[in-house]
Design a protein around this ligand. Structure first.
Ligand SMILES: [Zn+2]
Ligand SMILES: [Zn+2]
Length: 160
């Protein structure tokens, strides 16, 4: 079991211009291995969570946005990045206007981030091996309900 931190928690971009506060725990954490995430991170995957819009407060700095038009999932997605250093803070999935997808590598404390699923495994780097806890999906799952259940099984909530 991994312990959830006490919320709110804070994070920010690499240059320090953008700071944010997340006031509530996300419903789950997952890795995305799609080719867009590999490009956008210049790495192998992103560590992300869907968070309700009203739980993410930008407390400092200016974000700029651009639209990734040709995503592997076929859905154009607005990316919100630090206007100065370009680090991606969150994106806006068009199918869910009430939430945003937070890029969790921007949190000040990343020690509690244990993903419950790996998605877009069909384009994952061949050396990536999910932990036994993680559900895996070839593409974007239609429904993340199982992922939320799995995350609650592997996380311990200090608030009970
Ligand atoms: Zn920055
Ligand atoms: Zn992705």
């Amino acid at each position: 079991m991994t312990r959830l931190p006490t919320f709110p928690v804070e994070g920010g971009c690499a240059c320090g211009a953008v700071r944010y506060r997340l006031t509530k725990a996300p419903p789950f954490v997952y890795t995305c291995h799609c080719s867009d995430c590999q490009k956008l991170t210049t790495s192998a995957f992103t560590l992300s969570a869907p968070v309700a819009r009203d739980t993410l407060e930008i407390t400092q700095g200016t974000l700029k946005s651009w639209t990734r038009a040709t995503t592997e999932s076929g859905r154009p997605t607005d990316q919100h990045v630090c206007a100065n250093c370009g680090v991606r803070i969150y994106s806006e999935p068009p199918q869910a206007p009430d939430r945003v997808t937070l890029r969790l590598g921007t949190l000040d404390d990343t020690s509690w981030l244990r993903p419950a699923a790996a998605i877009w495994m069909k384009s994952a780097q061949p050396w990536f091996i999910p932990t036994p806890d993680m559900l895996t999906f070839d593409k974007q799952p239609d429904d993340f309900a199982r992922v939320a259940v799995r995350w609650r099984e592997i996380m311990e909530d200090p608030q009970g």
